[in-house]
Design a protein around this ligand. Structure first.
Ligand code: NDP
Length: 449
């Protein structure tokens, strides 16, 4: 960014000095600011009103103690976070992550990305994110319940359907949302369905929410392929992760005629040349809460587990990183390019390192950034809020159609904006500028608040 735009560089330096040590947050801010030079040049009012500085400073940050007792009767202490980043377009909206790596810098990077992602959906939701350094791995259901109840005992006072509406993320799925909603309902004595999304279908959840992030990413890629007159038929796809986003990305790729030949978890990756057996993967991951090693054991000869090396060295036409941040680096990008990969679409948040993105885009690989490609999850959360507000529930097909339409429209908005700013095909630039301008215009209208 240095030398390109002094104003933006000064803002970035201020972010670095005000938020020391928060490297993932710095990375996310840098990536967005790097795209905004032409917008600031075209609309000086944004700079005059300090819109960028305000956007980089969360409206509110909450950090709290989460005490709970494990099954052996020992006291455990974790740290809880909720960063309410920007409410220009609607109530703060964004997931909760439970993972030992969670600290303020991770929550702020995710919350910052969420502002632009939520804007791109075209739905009235602001940006926020939260979570805890609690590690659910190896914990019993009873321990997870006690943790979730303690977490919500503090969080409840900060959230509400018109204020802040959390959902799931890494380590937070239907089970955790259930425990948290139960505790919220008990403390407040209100059946306020719209306070959390990702709920079970029987108690205010939406059809397709579980599938939405993975499906949405694949719908986005479908639109990218369509611009080249192609489809998924016959394409080899590698998907990292084997959690919520990865599983439903695999499902939709298979439904559209593609073949997923590899997936991963934090212990390694599996290559299955006959195509991943999705029913088996769901059984191992969603029902048994097992590991990929259990999948390989049950699958037999066609699947091989690799505990060393990178999933991105597996030759594929399309790569969908769906695990976690910075999991696809420059070396991985080089392998993908060497093996003829055509598209990288981020199901996870910021899974590609900046040098990885540069290599891919310089080599002409279609690159879809997470804030556009994985926006289907939060978009369907907003549809869940709509259903809760009108005390309605929609069918699967209807909801999936709405998701598909939203993803197509995000895709087209990214492309149109990239064209408008003289960078045809640059999805990352298009996503940043389109996401930014809508939030910036609302902030201008509100005055200095
Ligand atoms: P899950 O917890 O369901 O799954 C995460 C998967 O990624 C697991 O397979 C996990 O493996 C793997 N993983 C996590 N950390 C690492 C790591 N450090 N190295 C390698 N693998 C890792 O989470 P989700 O599927 O919900 O989320 C995945 C990504 O998608 C995240 O970046 C999240 O922010 C993003 N996202 C999620 C949305 C949602 O609706 N859920 C919406 C939009 C984005 P293991 O089990 O071994 O830990």
């Amino acid at each position: 960014m240095a030398g390109r735009d002094e104003k933006l560089q000064a803002i970035y330096e201020e972010v670095l000095s005000r938020n020391p040590g928060e490297t993932e947050f710095h990375q996310a801010v840098h990536e967005v600011l790097d795209s905004l030079g032409p917008v600031i040049a075209k609309h000086p009012t944004y700079a005059e009103a300090g819109i960028l500085q305000r956007m980089c400073e969360p409206e509110r940050q909450i950090i709290f103690r989460v005490p709970w007792m494990d099954d052996r009767g020992q006291v455990q202490i974790n740290r809880g976070f909720r960063v309410e980043f920007n409410s220009a377009l609607g109530p703060y909206k964004g997931g909760l992550r439970f993972h030992p790596s969670v600290y303020l810098g991770i929550v702020k990077f995710l919350g910052f990305e969420q502002i632009f992602k939520n804007s791109l959906t075209g739905l009235p939701i602001g940006g926020g994110k939260g979570g805890s350094d609690f590690d659910p791995k190896g914990r019993s259901d009873a321990e997870v319940m006690r943790f979730c109840q303690s977490f919500m005992t503090e969080l409840y006072r900060h959230i509400g359907e018109y204020t802040d509406v959390p959902a799931g993320d890494i380590g937070v799925g239907g089970r955790e949302i259930g425990y948290m909603f139960g505790q919220y309902k008990r403390i407040t004595n209100r059946y306020e369905s719209g306070v959390l999304t990702g709920k079970g279908i029987a108690w205010g959840g939406s059809q397709v929410r579980t599938e939405a992030t993975g499906y949405g990413t694949v719908f986005f890629v479908e639109s990218m392929l369509k611009t080249k007159g192609e489809g998924f038929e016959g394409k080899k796809v590698a998907v990292s992760g084997s959690g919520n986003v990865a599983i439903y990305a695999i499902e939709k790729v298979q439904q559209l005629g593609g073949k997923v030949i590899a997936c991963s978890d934090s212990s390694g990756f599996v290559v299955d040349e006959q195509g991943i057996d999705l029913d088996l993967l769901k059984l191992v991951k969603e029902v048994q809460r097992g590991r990929l090693a259990d999948y390989v054991k049950a699958r037999g000869a066609s699947a091989k587990l690799h505990s060393k090396g990178s999933i991105w060295a597996v030759p594929c036409d399309i790569a969908l990183p769906c695990a976690t941040q910075n999991e696809l680096n420059a070396a991985d990008a080089k392998s993908l390019i060497a093996n003829g990969c055509q598209i990288v679409a981020e199901g996870a948040n910021m899974p590609t390192t900046p040098d990885g993105v540069k290599l891919l885009t310089d080599a002409g690989v279609g690159f879809a950034p997470g804030k556009a490609a994985n926006a289907g999850g939060v978009a369907t959360s907003a549809l869940e809020m709509q259903q809760n507000a009108s005390r309605d529930s929609w069918g699967f097909e209807f909801t999936e159609q709405r998701l598909a339409t939203i993803m197509r429209s995000i895709h087209d908005r990214c492309l149109t904006t990239a064209d408008e700013y003289g960078k045809p095909g640059d999805y990352a630039l298009g996503a940043n500028i389109a996401g930014f301008t809508q939030v910036a215009d609302a902030m201008l209208a509100f005055g200095l608040v």
